[in-house]
Design a protein around this ligand. Structure first.
Ligand code: NAD
Length: 294
């Protein structure tokens, strides 16, 4: 990490303030992570209840550290005050990087990125936390595609070390370097990857979900599969994992992967994940997916 950070440090812009679009599972986690590493961050959503959820989650994580004696209540207050929740774009003129973490829908993302590009300063970096959508494709909506990269965090952001920094066709070296530097500053392990649907990790993970779906179609019991995969040594099985990710994000990501790799990732059946999603079982985010949550 040190070597990669050093390699990129010369071309990196200084980041003194960041912004994140979306205060969901990922946006809230990104805001928490930035704030806990000393970086002020604006967190914008279109729903005030999502902002409350994002702030609530950050308070919960910090509160646990106070309970364990790892942080003083004063430090907790200071950290929380670095996150500025908002429903409007008021303060975006000064921000050095905007990380987009809205729903996994190409049209929504392109519209949001285009909108924010018109509000920020010319050298502001725009980064997308998309799980699967090509960065080059999203960049087509922008006037300054050279300032645009992928910055793909994993869930839960505070615990998962990896960040994929995705190089779109037109991403500049400065934008890549700045994003690598930011990921390092946020305490993460960046890896620079080329652009394609799913990048690196999700090109491995989505076929795994596809194989799990097929097992269910053939009659397997998801609780049994989860238990077996845990005994195999993975931290959680596929049903629990998709509940953590969100069934909506999983289905939207699977659609992007099927379009990108029709010969390998297009299932010829309607799987359990899609059926649960259609029945509004979104996973932990709304209390019920494969499992029920209190
Ligand atoms: P989520 O459903 O929890 O949150 C999405 C948020 O975006 C919601 O709060 C919604 O109100 C908000 N939003 C929608 N339109 C908006 C707009 N125009 N402006 C501002 N906010 C808007 O979803 P999530 O799981 O946080 O996923 C967000 C992104 O991160 C997706 O692209 C997803 O693929 C990616 N991602 C998700 C995971 C995961 O495990 N959930 C992991 C890595 C990356």
């Amino acid at each position: 990490v040190k070597k990669l950070a050093k390699q990129h440090s010369k071309q990196a812009h200084e980041i003194n303030e960041a912004a994140v679009l979306g205060a969901g599972i990922m946006g809230g986690g990104i805001a928490y992570q930035a704030a806990s590493k000393g970086l002020p961050i604006i967190m914008k959503d279109i729903k005030s209840e999502q902002l409350d959820l994002g702030m609530g989650e950050a308070s919960k994580l910090l509160g646990k550290m106070v309970d364990r004696g790892k942080m003083t209540p004063a430090k907790m207050g200071e950290t929380l005050s670095r996150i500025r929740p908002t429903l409007n774009y008021g303060d975006f003129a000064e921000t050095d990087i905007v990380i987009e973490a809205v729903v996994e829908n190409p049209n929504v993302k392109r519209a949001v990125l285009k909108e924010v590009e018109g509000l920020v300063k010319d050298d502001c970096i725009l980064a997308s936390n998309t799980s699967t959508i090509s960065i080059t494709f999203l960049a087509e909506a922008l006037e300054r595609p050279e300032n645009f990269v992928g910055m793909h965090f994993f869930n839960p952001v505070n615990r998962m070390p990896l960040v994929e920094v995705i190089r779109g066709e037109k991403s500049s070296e400065e934008a890549i370097s700045t994003t690598v530097a930011l990921a390092t500053k946020m305490g993460k392990v960046p890896v620079v990857v080329n652009d394609c649907p799913g990048f690196l990790v999700n090109r491995v993970l989505f076929p795994y979900f596809g194989a799990f779906d097929l097992l269910l179609k053939q009659g397997a019991d998801f609780v049994h599969v989860d238990k077996v995969m845990e005994k195999f040594g993975w931290p959680m099985g596929p049903a629990y994992l998709i509940d953590v990710v969100g069934l909506d994000t999983g289905v939207h990501g699977a659609e992007v992967m099927a379009e990108g790799f029709p010969d390998r990732m297009k299932p010829d059946y309607k799987g359990a994940i899609e059926l649960l999603y259609e029945n509004k079982r979104l996973g932990q985010k709304n209390g019920v997916g494969f499992y029920k949550y209190e």
